[in-house]
Design a binder for this molecule. Structure first.
Ligand code: PGA
Length: 241
């Protein structure tokens, strides 16, 4: 199966930047990698190509209604979006999203036949207390509450240690491998789901991508700052085939 590279622009890049990005990407993405580009909402429509898929960074848990400032999964679907990042630690922190809300968002995304990318991971403090596996298990159980194997066939989980995001720090390769396989074991034992893809995210860059790509059981990466230039993303993709 092709490996996956998810590019999370977060709240970065202007209209001009995105125009240039789209041009520079053209013809430079390998068809052996499943690339998902997640720009800010206003620029989603600018990414239309057979070379990659388009993802959103968030969506509301209901399809329509009086929810000022929110964007629904159905609206995103009408724009050609196929993946939606959900439960990113920055949304948990700045928008106070909890596992219950994330659970509702995932159900809404799946009911609209789109693919959620669920982010989970421990804080620096939890890691220091050796609580990584407890935290991850709880996040999976609460975020995937009431779901079964069939519902989860379109789910991707991104293991993103919060302390590694944007910090230049990453866990040791063997630690990533252990956690990735732990996530797969939980999904198998709890939901009988044996086809969930697991990505790693947090300070993935041109220097560590080869080593991270070699991790057994890993299905790809979620990349923030290293994907904010087309050249940066192409470099990651070229190293992951
Ligand atoms: P980073 O961000 O690659 O800039 O650490 C990753 C993420 O937040 O998903």
């Amino acid at each position: 199966m092709n490996k996956m590279v998810v590019a999370n622009f977060k709240m970065n890049l202007s209209l001009e930047d995105v125009e240039l990005y789209v041009q520079q990407l053209k013809g430079n993405i390998s068809d052996k990698v499943n690339v998902v580009i997640c720009p800010s909402f206003p620029f989603l429509f600018m990414f239309k190509s057979d070379e990659y898929k388009v993802g959103a960074q968030n969506s509301f848990y209901l399809n329509e209604g009086s929810f000022t400032g929110e964007v629904s999964t159905t609206q995103l679907k009408s724009l050609g979006v196929s993946y939606i990042i959900v439960g990113h630690s920055e949304r948990r922190l700045y928008s106070k999203e909890d596992n219950d809300l994330i659970n509702n968002k995932i159900k809404n995304i799946l009911s609209n036949n789109l693919k959620p990318i669920l982010c989970i991971g421990e804080t620096k403090e939890e890691r220091a207390l050796h609580k990584t596996s407890i935290v991850i298990k709880k996040q999976i159980e609460q975020c995937l509450k009431d779901m079964d194997k069939d519902m989860l066939s379109d789910l991707t989980i991104a293991y993103e240690p919060i302390w590694a995001i944007g910090s230049g720090l990453t866990p040791k390769i063997v630690e990533i491998e252990e956690t990735v396989n732990y996530i797969k074991t939980i999904c198998l034992s709890k939901y009988k789901a044996d086809n969930i893809k697991v990505l790693y995210g947090g300070s993935v860059n041109r220097n560590n991508i080869r080593e991270i790509n070699n991790i057994g059981g890993l299905d790809g990466v979620l990349v923030g700052s290293a994907s904010w230039s087309a050249r940066g993303l192409i470099e990651i993709v070229n190293n992951i085939e």
